[in-house]
Design a protein around this ligand. Structure first.
Ligand code: NAD
Length: 264
């Protein structure tokens, strides 16, 4: 157990571990990168190339930035080549597209499935042999409540997230045969306060003709028992928990951070 300066005990001391976080320029990924860095990990932040990524990495002591467009298969392989050894892989990059199925743009479908399902598979495929060789590894997939249930008009996102849960379970079965040092996890949050959601709040306010302040309570979180947005740092703390020595006990599992959404 590591002890932080504020006296709280941390589940995981990640000194000496190397972590790769995708989608790390923003929202949940940035919070995860910062948190893993604070726990002692050497963090590589990846996102679309540009000043957002550079600024994010500059805020994490000792971190590296590697730009990669995860919808480009060759770029995913280049990222795996450049990053080298990774003990903790956090597959987090994602995007949303809202449209009825009969009008759903096929290129958007390919993009979402590519970034949110195929890239996690390829990165895992490439980084897993090193984890097996070193006898320790964590693959933490940031899925969603939409990996477990659907909402209308989010066909690609819901399908990719359901697929990501299937991939997590398959990985857990294969990795388990290597003795439990390498584990696979999916985290399924309800709405988290990030730019991805803040954009939806503005759009929903216009669509429903209500002020933005009412959107969270009356539109987004109507299914939640607790009508509060989750903070990105709270998801980061769940990643920490899964990176602790308890990881093997939960391999293949889904950690729902749904504020009671699925309790219905
Ligand atoms: P965000 O928009 O703040 O961050 C997502 C990041 O992914 C961005 O920095 C973006 O540049 C990056 N990204 C998008 N396309 C990419 C590509 N082709 N290549 C590389 N990077 C790319 O969103 P967020 O809310 O922090 O979401 C992070 C993850 O959490 C996503 O997988 C999302 O589905 C999931 N999630 C979010 C919520 C929520 O309410 N915010 C809830 C459940 C799950």
């Amino acid at each position: 157990m590591a002890q932080s300066t504020n006296g709280h005990h941390h589940a995981a001391d990640l000194g000496g571990r190397r972590a790769l976080v995708t989608g790390a320029a923003s929202g949940i990924g940035l919070a995860v990168a910062r948190h893993l860095g604070a726990l002692g990990a050497r963090v590589v932040l990846s996102d679309l190339e540009g000043p957002r990524l550079e600024a994010a990495a500059a805020g994490v002591p000792g971190a590296l930035a590697i730009g990669a467009d995860l919808s480009d298969r060759a770029a995913v392989h280049r990222l795996a080549d450049e990053v080298g050894e990774v003990d903790i892989l956090v597959n987090n990059a994602g995007l949303q597209h809202v449209s009825p199925i009969e009008e759903f743009d096929e290129a958007r479908w390919d993009l979402i499935v590519g970034v949110m399902l195929t890239a996690p598979f390829v990165l895992t495929k490439r980084l897993l042999p090193g984890m097996y060789a070193r006898g320790w590894g964590r693959v933490v997939n940031i899925a969603s409540v939409h990996g477990l249930i659907a909402s209308p008009y989010k066909a690609a996102y819901v399908s990719a997230k359901h697929g990501l849960l299937g991939f997590t379970k398959t990985l857990a079965l294969e990795a388990g045969a290597h003795g439990g040092g390498v584990s696979a996890h999916a985290i399924c949050p309800s709405y988290v306060r990030t730019p991805l959601v803040e954009g939806q709040v503005a759009a929903q306010a216009t669509a429903h003709g209500i002020p933005e302040s009412e959107v969270v309570d009356k539109v987004l979180l109507t299914q939640n028992a607790v009508r509060r947005l989750i903070e990105p740092e709270e998801v980061a703390r769940a990643v920490e928990f899964l990176c602790s020595d308890l990881g093997w006990t939960m391999t293949g599992g889904v950690l729902a951070m749904d504020a009671g959404w699925l309790a219905h």
